[in-house]
Write a new protein. Structure first.
Length: 281
C-alpha cells in the first residue's frame, strides 16, 4: 500500500509539473499583462513572463526588433520552450535599420528550445558587411534545438548560422532565400552549419548569392549530421566573381547526404574539401 501511495504521489507531481506550462499570445499593438489570444500583450511583456516549457505565440503583424536569448530552456525534449508565430498567422520579425546585426541571437547556453513559423526579414539591415537572420555563437552550448517552418529572407549576410557547440538539432521545412549581398567580400550564405548530430531536412534554399549550404568547423562541430530531402536551387549567382562557389560546400567529416535536389545554381553542386573522410553522398 505504501508503494502504491508513493507511485500515486509521484505521478501527481509529474502531471502537475506538465500542467504548469502556459501558452501566451502577443501582438505588435498588444498591451497589458493578460497575454491571451483575445487580449494579447506586447512582445516585451510576453517574453518577460515566459518560463521553462511555455509557448509564446506571436500573432500576425510586424515586430520591429531583434531578439537576443528570447526564451529560457525547456523542461525536456518532449516539453520544450517554444517561440512561434500563431498557427495560420504571418508573424514577421523585421528590425529597423541599424538596430541589430543578428535578428535572433543565441549567445547563452540553452536546451530544449523550439523556434517555429516565424518570418525573419533583414530588408532594413543593409549597412554592415555581416548580418544574420538566426545565429548561435560558436561557444554557446545548445542541445535539442528545433528550427522549423521559418521564412528567412533579405539577409545581407547569412540566413542561419549554427555554432560548433550545438549537439543535436533539427532544421526542417524552412525557406532561406533572396539574400541581398552583392559581392563575395560579404558572407552571402543560406545555412552555415557548424553544429553536430543534427538533422537538416525538407528545407528550400534559393536566391542566395554565395554559399547556400556550408558545413565546416574549427572546434569539433560540423560532423555526424544528416541532410535529406532539401531543395537547393537558383543560388551561387556570384560565379562571375568566384568560380569556386558551390551549392553544398563540405569541409568536415562523417556526414550523410541523401535525396537532396540541387539545380540551377550556376556553379558546382556539391564539393567535398580534400582530407575530410567518411562523408556519404
Amino acid at each position: 500500500m505504501k508503494k502504491l501511495f508513493l507511485l500515486i504521489v509521484a505521478l501527481s507531481l509529474i502531471t502537475a509539473g506538465a500542467a504548469e506550462a502556459t501558452t501566451r499570445y502577443v501582438s505588435p499593438s498588444g498591451s497589458g499583462t493578460t497575454c491571451s489570444d483575445g487580449t494579447p500583450c506586447s512582445l516585451t511583456q510576453g517574453l518577460s513572463v515566459t518560463a521553462a516549457g511555455d509557448t509564446l505565440y506571436l500573432k500576425a503583424g510586424t515586430y520591429a526588433t531583434g531578439l537576443q536569448n528570447p526564451i529560457p530552456s525547456g523542461l525536456s525534449s518532449s516539453q520544450p520552450t517554444i517561440l512561434a508565430g500563431k498557427p495560420g498567422d504571418v508573424a514577421t520579425i523585421r528590425p529597423t535599420a541599424g538596430s541589430t546585426s543578428n535578428i535572433i541571437l543565441l549567445n547563452s547556453n540553452r536546451s530544449n528550445i523550439t523556434f517555429r513559423n516565424l518570418t525573419i526579414d533583414g530588408i532594413n539591415l543593409t549597412t554592415a558587411a555581416e548580418r544574420t537572420g538566426f545565429r548561435t555563437n560558436s561557444t554557446t552550448v545548445i542541445t535539442n534545438l528545433v528550427i522549423e517552418d521559418l521564412d528567412v529572407k533579405n539577409i545581407n549576410g547569412t540566413a542561419i548560422v549554427l555554432g560548433d557547440a550545438i549537439d543535436g538539432c533539427t532544421v526542417r521545412r524552412n525557406k532561406l532565400h533572396d539574400g541581398s549581398g552583392t559581392t563575395v567580400a560579404i558572407s552571402n550564405g543560406g545555412l552555415y552549419h557548424r553544429a553536430k548530430n543534427c538533422v537538416v531536412e525538407y528545407n528550400e534554399i534559393y536566391g542566395i548569392p554565395e554559399y547556400p549550404v556550408t558545413i565546416r568547423s574549427d572546434m569539433g562541430g560540423g560532423t555526424g549530421n544528416i541532410y535529406r530531402y532539401n531543395i537547393i536551387r537558383n543560388s551561387s549567382t556570384l560565379i562571375a566573381l568566384d568560380s569556386g562557389l558551390r551549392a553544398i560546400n563540405i569541409s568536415q567529416a562523417n556526414n550523410v547526404f541523401h535525396n537532396n535536389l540541387i539545380y540551377g545554381n550556376l556553379s558546382r553542386g556539391i564539393q567535398v574539401t580534400a582530407g575530410y573522410s567518411g562523408n556519404k553522398i
